[in-house]
Design a protein around this ligand. Structure first.
Ligand code: F6R
Length: 250
């Protein structure tokens, strides 16, 4: 596991974007696993900027997103499909048919999840999976206590996740209670994992994830078992790790 420390959110975004750009330059037809949430927005802005300058093309890239709310249409402003179109896909040259996000309106959510795992296999697996981390250590919608052996599946959102996400909705009642999510098994199948973490409010969970026991009570702790993980964090997010004496690169 490599851990990079960046002074602030902007520097973290730039560093993480450069690692994704390196992946795309090395393998232009790579499969990128992408994430939503507030943390990756800056890195998507940076990738867009490099595309607009002509330094980077996504014309051959294929993408799969981690998760989607169950019950939200792709056109709903809080759906993750909408987020991806708005923050990245509509701003770069990735062909629409190369982007994959779980269908939140699927009639048969379990079948949708099984088809998604098959899609990932058909694409040849994920070359680089981008992750954010929730305050409780969740990755994608894999909440504390969830089984590490699951592929893509339907999840009940934890109360804390509903609380954290309510800022994006008019009221707490409007936050969907279920989602479709790649499971830990699907995530661990990626050849390379890049996790971005920002802010002091995640420092404790990040420290547990990196230095604590591998336990499904801290879903991100499973990353200790993956052979190629890079964490890019800002100084605030890495503060507890550094106090614990974990070596980080500048
Ligand atoms: C997003 C996702 C979530 C977020 C996590 C952190 O696709 O799967 O696990 O990465 O909730 O969200 P932010 O970045 O908003 O703190």
């Amino acid at each position: 596991m490599r851990i990079y420390e960046c002074a602030d959110y902007k520097a973290m975004s730039r560093r993480a974007a450069s690692l994704i750009a390196a992946q795309v330059l090395l393998k232009p037809d790579c499969v990128l696993g992408l994430a939503t949430g507030s943390t990756p927005i800056g890195l998507y802005d940076q990738l867009t900027e490099w595309y607009q300058k002509g330094d980077l093309s996504f014309a051959k890239v294929r993408s799969v997103n981690l998760d989607e709310y169950l019950g939200l249409a792709p056109t709903h402003e809080q759906s993750y499909r909408y987020f991806m179109q708005h923050n990245l896909f509509d701003r770069i040259d990735i062909p629409a048919e190369s982007t994959h996000v779980l269908n939140g309106l699927a009639q048969d959510p379990d079948a949708e999840c099984a088809a998604y795992d098959q899609l990932i296999r058909d694409l040849g697996g994920v070359d680089m999976q981008l992750l954010g981390m929730g305050h409780n250590g969740h990755i994608a919608f894999n909440e504390p206590g969830d089984d590490f052996g699951l592929g893509t599946h339907v999840v009940e959102l934890a109360e804390r996740t509903i609380d954290a996400n309510q800022r994006f909705f008019a009221s707490r009642d409007e936050v969907p209670r279920k989602a479709l999510s790649m499971g830990i098994k699907s995530i661990m199948g990626a050849r390379r994992i890049l996790m971005v973490v920002s802010g002091a409010d995640k420092a404790e969970s990040l420290c547990k994830a990196v230095t604590g026991p591998v336990t499904n009570e801290v879903p991100a702790s499973v990353l200790q078992l993956h052979p190629d993980v890079t964490i890019v964090g800002d100084t605030a997010a890495l503060s507890k790790l550094k106090e614990a004496g974990v070596p980080v690169c500048g």
